[in-house]
Design a protein around this ligand. Structure first.
Ligand SMILES: NC(=O)C1=CN([C@@H]2O[C@H](COP(=O)(O)OP(=O)(O)OC[C@H]3O[C@@H](n4cnc5c(N)ncnc54)[C@H](O)[C@@H]3O)[C@@H](O)[C@H]2O)C=CC1
Ligand SMILES: O=C(CO)COP(=O)(O)O
Length: 355
């Protein structure tokens, strides 16, 4: 429980920002939530409900919504940023005049910036130069959090104050906050799993079974960790909530928007139709493009991501791609989920795995 009434600002009026604002308020914080839509602001302040993104859930009435960034940020100690990756930098730039080095800035966004390949915490670092920067990721379907289902997340930061303050502000009877100092790994886990959630939704719609989903998820974990380790992340992070945990939930639930995009395509819709029917962000569509290009550049083997890319953007039928992947050359090596050299190194060096 919060030791004192912490002042929390949430940037973003979507489902995750709304769920987090309510948790912080349930936990005793003073919460302001910024969004662009005046109608939604009025609805949240009068009816305590976000009718556009979480219509069936009551919000904590303490959450005060506003379209005025300055008033939301002015005295905030903790700023949670739940803005899709495409708009993240522009919102941070708009917020910059009212951000202070003493504030704790936390991204909750599971995506990658288009041109820079920056994760959102890197955007925060670049734009502000502050030190209290962190990310939240884990198996955190917004509507289940809004429903107060028992949930756990990870706050990742190299800065101990950031980890502690987020745990104090958000940790409560239905939301448990673990800590990690592998910010890059936790943030990559959140972004990468969206790719495989699209594939899992597609597989389900095509009538593929539980064996298939399990194979997909397990080999996805191998791919994700291979890529992340090549990027400097701790492989052990991928065995935690922000790795396999988030992969499980998004590859298994139709509450995941990425899963839903894949499912709609498996039912015969085009990518454009699937995305526009969703009306919310599905980060994986952009992430798969960026990750495939980066994997090629770095020489990282990612057959599932590349297969999904070809289905989404080159019009290869998903069934054909599944056949190609199944018939790929079989290695006689022992099956490894985490790159073995990285595991040995992590073990020897105990590279900061605190979850
Ligand atoms: N919804 C979920 O279950 C979870 C979402 N996330 C991540 O949180 C991030 C945000 O997701 P959601 O809240 O779910 O998205 P959403 O699609 O529900 O809402 C996005 C919000 O961002 C706003 N927005 C978009 N462009 C903007 C701009 N230029 N300026 C200001 N506001 C803008 C929209 O108006 C909307 O309020 C995503 O990266 C997602 O991966 C993470 C964990 C769980
Ligand atoms: O990240 C999420 C749950 O942890 C939400 O996933 P979607 O963005 O696919 O809905």
């Amino acid at each position: 429980m919060a030791e004192q009434q912490i002042k929390v600002a949430v940037l973003g009026g979507g489902s995750f920002g709304t769920a987090l604002a309510s948790i912080a308020a349930d936990n005793g914080a003073h919460v302001r939530q910024w969004m662009r839509d005046e109608t939604l602001v009025a609805q949240i302040n009068q009816e305590h409900r976000n009718g556009r993104y979480l219509p069936h859930y009551a919000m904590n009435p303490v959450v005060h919504a506003s379209t005025d960034l300055q008033s939301v940020l002015d005295d905030a100690e903790l700023v949670l940023i739940a803005i899709p990756s495409k708009a993240f930098r522009s919102v941070v730039q708009a917020a910059k005049p009212w951000l202070k080095p003493s504030q704790i800035l936390v991204s909750t966004t599971k995506g990658i910036e288009q041109d820079s390949f920056f994760l959102m915490s890197q955007v925060l670092e670049q734009e502000t130069g502050f030190i209290h920067i962190g990310v939240i990721a884990g198996p955190n379907l917004a509507s289940e959090i809004a429903d107060k289902q028992l949930t756990a997340t990870v706050i990742a930061s190299a800065d101990a104050l950031t980890r502690t303050r987020v745990q104090q502000a958000l940790g409560c009877r239905y939301f448990r906050v673990y800590a990690s100092n592998d910010r890059h790994g936790v943030e990559l886990g959140g972004a990468l799993k969206n790719i495989y959630a699209i594939a899992a939704g597609m597989a389900a719609a095509l009538g593929m079974g539980e064996n298939t989903r399990s194979m997909l998820m397990t080999r996805a974990l191998a791919e994700m960790s291979r890529f992340a380790v090549a990027q400097g992340a701790n492989p052990m992070t991928f065995l935690g909530l922000a790795g396999v945990g988030d992969l499980i939930v998004t590859c298994s639930s139709s509450l995941s928007r990425n899963y839903r995009v894949g499912h709609a395509m498996g039912e015969g819709r085009s990518l454009e139709e699937a995305v526009s029917a969703l009306g919310q962000v599905a980060e994986g569509v952009n992430t798969v493009k960026l990750v495939c290009a980066k994997a090629q550049e770095m020489g990282v083997y990612m057959p599932l991501a590349e297969g999904l890319y070809r289905v989404l953007f080159d019009g290869v039928p998903a069934q054909d791609m599944a056949r190609t992947l199944m018939m790929g050359e079989q290695s006689s090596d022992v099956e490894f989920i985490l790159p073995r050299e990285a595991v040995q190194q992590a073990h020897l060096e105990n590279r900061g795995w605190h979850e």
